[in-house]
Design a protein around this ligand. Structure first.
Ligand SMILES: [Zn+2]
Ligand SMILES: [Zn+2]
Length: 284
């Protein structure tokens, strides 16, 4: 399984000189195994991914949405395969029905916010509702959704293929209050235990670290975590490698350089900061 980061930013894309090195595109991560392609979220990183996909022979992919905040969907009408007749795109959405799943994108692609309407999408588009906790498969990938802590709800995905497992857990506040749960050295409350159990022993976890701890205390209801929390959960779960993800719009290249150097010697687990263009090969 190979993972490539096309957009690592949260909330809003931030192009410019202060973000040129770490990247300004919003959330979009690609997972590939045996020629099968999974796309996780469709932030503005989906645009360069779409261009890259056209250089490859495959003409089908699976797209999984964690939730429908703008930073995770705004790249969809700029994602090249959408405009390729015959390109098979299966869209997986946390929802109770195909209609509800389709409606999530249709509300955005209705001719008002973008000229494209969902009914006019040229590719071979289909919608597949899933519910957290119920395993499903997409090609060679065995997947389960995990409920996260985010306003309006977000679902993370635990993905296994070829004997390797990656968790894409973005857009989540801590699942325990300050002073409680794993980060405080205490027993995890139920919601946090579900997330830790899903992370147990996996090869790679991609986790929301948008805030500093102090920012989290000011914005506890905004639905984002901080590095020390992600590290505490990853350590508790025996994760082999943690990637810090969904960087804040105000996190400059210098800020992220500093964050990287703060964590570069961490061994349990080793830590990498998500960077646009970063590729992780779990096959070795
Ligand atoms: Zn987000
Ligand atoms: Zn969000």
């Amino acid at each position: 399984m190979k993972i490539r980061f096309w957009g690592v930013r949260g909330s809003i894309p931030v192009p410019g000189t202060s973000t040129a090195r770490w990247g300004g595109n919003s959330s979009c991560v690609e997972v590939v195994h045996d020629g099968s392609i999974l796309v996780l979220d469709c932030g503005t990183g989906a645009r360069p991914l779409g261009r890259d996909l056209f250089a490859r022979p495959e003409r089908e992919l699976d797209l999984l949405f964690t939730h429908f905040h703008m930073d995770h969907i705004i790249g969809f009408p700029f994602f090249g395969p959408v405009y390729a007749p015959g390109y098979r795109m299966r869209v997986t959405v946390p929802a109770f029905s195909v209609e509800e799943a389709r409606d999530r994108l249709a509300r955005f692609l209705n001719g008002i916010y973008h000229p494209l309407r969902i009914r006019d999408v040229p590719c071979d588009l289909s919608f597949h509702p899933i519910q957290p906790g119920r395993p499903f498969t997409r090609g060679p990938f065995e997947i389960v959704g995990v409920r996260l802590n985010h306003p309006g709800g977000a679902v993370g995905y635990r993905i296994t293929a070829g004997g390797r497992t990656v968790c894409y857990f973005t857009d989540s506040a801590p699942l325990a209050r300050p002073g409680e749960g794993v980060a405080a050295g205490q027993e995890a409350p139920t919601a946090e235990r579900h997330v830790v159990d899903a992370m147990r022993g996996v090869d790679l976890v991609i986790f929301d670290t948008m805030f500093t701890f102090d920012e989290y205390l000011e914005k506890m209801s905004w639905g984002h975590a901080y590095p020390e929390y992600a590290v505490a959960l990853a350590k508790e779960a025996g994760v082999k490698h943690l990637v810090m993800f969904h960087h804040a719009p105000d996190a400059s290249d210098e800020f992220l350089d500093q964050l990287e150097s703060n964590w570069q010697d961490h061994a349990d687990p080793p830590i990498t900061l998500a960077k646009e263009g970063l590729a992780v090969d779990l096959e070795g």
